[in-house]
Design a protein around this ligand. Structure first.
Ligand SMILES: C[S@@+](CC[C@H](N)C(=O)[O-])C[C@H]1O[C@@H](n2cnc3c(N)ncnc32)[C@H](O)[C@@H]1O
Length: 223
């Protein structure tokens, strides 16, 4: 039985600790701070000027924090988004209700959206007018997304030590196939082995400064 325990991170936002992997869902230095840095600033903001409609794939929806921040950002960008997210282990409604993200700067008033995101763990949910969330109750290894369809991938699995099967060449090759050329994958992990595996799968890679508490992160571009 997996136990998920809620804790408060350095910036005051919540995260969850998973007893099975022994890892938190986000950096303990700041969950919102990390998600904004890695996924919004290094990912979404870079590709948005080049896409009329933005197609995003997330590996590991978890609390939905990345999706919520993306929803908030898409309103400012005024661009439609489709957001496909794999999550084989959806969190309970009581945990969703207890998470404090919608009390943070820039996310106040988003409670109905955050709640709606978790209503259907295996189906489509329209958030606002033009943000379509497609939730898949399957892991990335069992998912076959359409080829050449994504502009941006948020790779937010547990670490290579906790879940080595998700950081393998065949997973990154599958992800590369479902991305558009020039599409971008971002991840908090900057390990050399992950960088080389991404390169072998058909990406060029850059090491970028990481969020507070972490020296580096990776951004990979589909060649
Ligand atoms: C580090 S947490 C990421 C949290 C999430 N992005 C958030 O903001 O809360 C990793 C997530 O990957 C999910 N996961 C586990 N196995 C997976 C798989 N095979 N495919 C996709 N996601 C998986 C976990 O349940 C967990 O929610």
């Amino acid at each position: 039985m997996v136990n998920l325990e809620m804790t408060t991170t350095g910036d005051g936002s919540h995260t969850l600790f998973n007893s099975q992997t022994g890892e938190h869902y986000h950096s303990i230095h700041g969950a919102i701070q990390e998600s904004r840095h890695v996924f919004i600033n290094a990912g979404l903001k870079g590709i948005a000027p080049h896409s009329e409609m933005i197609h995003i794939l997330e590996i590991g929806l978890g609390t939905g924090l990345n999706c919520l921040l993306t929803f908030a950002e898409h309103q400012m960008l005024a661009k439609p988004v489709t957001y496909t997210a794999c999550e084989p282990f959806p969190i309970s409604k009581s945990l969703v209700d207890a998470l404090n993200y919608c009390r943070s700067e820039g996310l106040r008033g988003f409670e109905p959206v955050f709640s709606a995101m978790h209503e259907n763990p295996d189906g489509k949910i329209l958030l606002g007018n033009d943000f379509l969330l497609i939730r898949l109750l399957s892991g990335i290894e069992e998912t076959e997304p359409a080829e050449g369809s994504f502009d941006l991938v948020y790779f937010d699995a547990f670490s290579p030590e906790a879940q080595p099967e998700l950081w393998k060449p065949e997973i990154f090759s599958k992800i590369r196939r479902c991305m558009k050329p020039g599409g971008v994958l971002v991840t908090y992990c900057a390990k050399g082995l992950v960088r080389r595996t991404l390169q072998q799968a058909g990406f060029s890679t850059e090491r970028l400064p990481g969020p507070p508490g972490k020296r580096e992160m990776l951004r990979a571009t589909a060649i």
